[in-house]
Design a protein around this ligand. Structure first.
Ligand SMILES: C[S@@+](CC[C@H](N)C(=O)[O-])C[C@H]1O[C@@H](n2cnc3c(N)ncnc32)[C@H](O)[C@@H]1O
Length: 405
């Protein structure tokens, strides 16, 4: 684990110019590092058709094969990101336990529930950022042990408690703020703490509190790494703190920038909106309406169907700019060209999505090792069920100094 982390750190450092980019802004800059064909990568971008970009975007393997000509370490990088998969069998949910649980969530909680059960230590459970307590229901039912479901939203606590009571489960919802001092009072030394998709600092806070209180076991599946209180990621492990790899809040979003899964309509809207925004920026700059990038507020998707010209009038009205008569077709076309450039640049950045996610996961794993836990990392379901499919499990090693392996 330590070797993997160190090699990942080295490769991320070495290639940071490829992933520390903002494709949207890069596409606006006609003199960016890839815009001329002098670099091999720039030449490759220039030769890609929109159809090819789209094919590569939706076929990770093909994309990596093409990119590995320019980024020779890509195969090594990808092999570092392969985690053991948990067996794909799911716990059968007894009738009633699945009430109100959406389809994909069912798969997640049954698979994660099974893993929690296999690794269970302690006499109780703590379900951190529980929502309606879907995972807790399984754990209470399977183990008979008490589940404390800690959740911020009172409505979710009320719904979760009422369902648990109807099912006769030993679950106690506690409303509270994970960041408050009182949060620790929901914890006790008998609990196995679990968290399914607690965002950013919420799962970090759990790891800090739970390891401080020496809880017997911790199982989490992290998500939304960018939802942090500071401007930069604060590594937890000593190894990561000494790695010199810093990540801004914007860079913490990179692992979440999945290929759009929302179907053809959502993708069409996105392409149209981005092209319009990029074209509008070209119009503003070239017609000297403004001399810097000006963010335009979000727009109702139905307005997009009125076309680029209507978008420009709408944006100018919002920004109190007066729009002269211009060649809208020219700027619409620039917007479209910029859009495909942005998509091409994103292909490179997306090759680093999983490596960054695994780096963040291993930071937590190494922190728990440093804190006296035996740790394993795996995937608990396939990527289609949820791209946030990493699972970190830690069991307390009593009176034994944790070691890296
Ligand atoms: C992504 S949801 C996951 C819910 C549940 N674990 C699941 O997978 O269905 C994150 C949950 O964290 C809760 N939450 C957000 N901020 C919180 C805070 N400061 N303290 C406690 N819970 C919080 C939200 O209300 C939400 O229910």
């Amino acid at each position: 684990m330590l070797n993997t982390f160190q090699t990942l750190t080295e490769l991320l450092h070495k290639h940071q110019d490829l992933w520390r980019i903002e494709p949207f802004f890069l596409a606006m800059d006609s003199n960016n590092k890839w815009s001329n064909s002098q670099s091999e990568l720039g030449e490759w971008f220039a030769g890609l058709s929109s159809r090819e970009i789209e094919l590569l975007k939706f076929n990770r393997e093909r994309c990596n094969n093409s990119l590995s000509k320019f980024i020779p370490c890509l195969d090594e990088l990808m092999s570092l990101c392969v985690l053991p998969e948990l067996p794909q069998s799911e716990l059968a949910l007894p009738r009633g336990l699945d009430k109100g649980v959406p389809g994909r969530k069912q798969s997640q909680i049954t698979r994660m529930g099974q893993s929690c059960m296999q690794h269970h230590q302690g006499q109780e459970w703590l379900e951190w950022c529980a929502g309606k307590g879907y995972l807790g229901r399984i754990l209470a039912h399977q183990s008979g042990h008490k589940v404390t479901s800690f959740e911020y939203q009172q409505t979710l606590c009320d719904i979760g408690q009422s369902e648990a009571d109807k099912l006769g489960l030993n679950m106690q919802f506690t409303q509270g703020d994970a960041f408050s001092v009182q949060a620790m009072s929901a914890m006790n030394g008998q609990q196995h703490a679990v968290a399914l998709h607690a965002c950013g600092d919420l799962h970090v806070t759990l790891l800090r509190h739970a390891s401080h209180l020496k809880l017997p076991a911790i199982t989490i599946s992290p998500c939304c790494y960018h939802l942090i209180q500071g401007e930069e990621y604060q590594p937890l492990s000593k190894v990561a703190q000494q790695s010199g790899l810093s990540l801004t809040r914007a860079e913490l979003r990179i692992p979440l920038q999945e290929t759009v899964t929302g179907g053809a309509r959502v993708q069409r809207h996105r392409a149209q909106e981005m092209s319009y925004r990029l074209g509008f920026d070209a119009l503003c700059q070239q017609e000297r309406l403004i001399d810097h990038y000006m963010p335009v507020p979000s727009i109702k998707k139905s307005l997009l169907s009125e076309g680029f010209e209507a978008f420009c009038y709408w944006a100018c009205e919002r920004k109190q700019l007066s729009l002269p008569a211009v060649d809208f077709a020219k700027y619409a076309s620039i917007g479209e060209q910029r859009f495909w450039r942005m998509e091409a640049y994103s292909l490179v950045q997306s090759a680093f999505r999983r490596p960054l996610e695994i780096w963040l996961l291993l930071d937590k794993a190494l922190y728990l090792k440093e804190s006296g836990y035996r740790v394993s990392v795996s995937t608990f379901c396939d990527y289609q069920t949820t791209p946030r499919n990493c699972l970190l499990h830690a069991s307390r090693v009593e009176n034994k100094k944790a070691s890296y392996n």
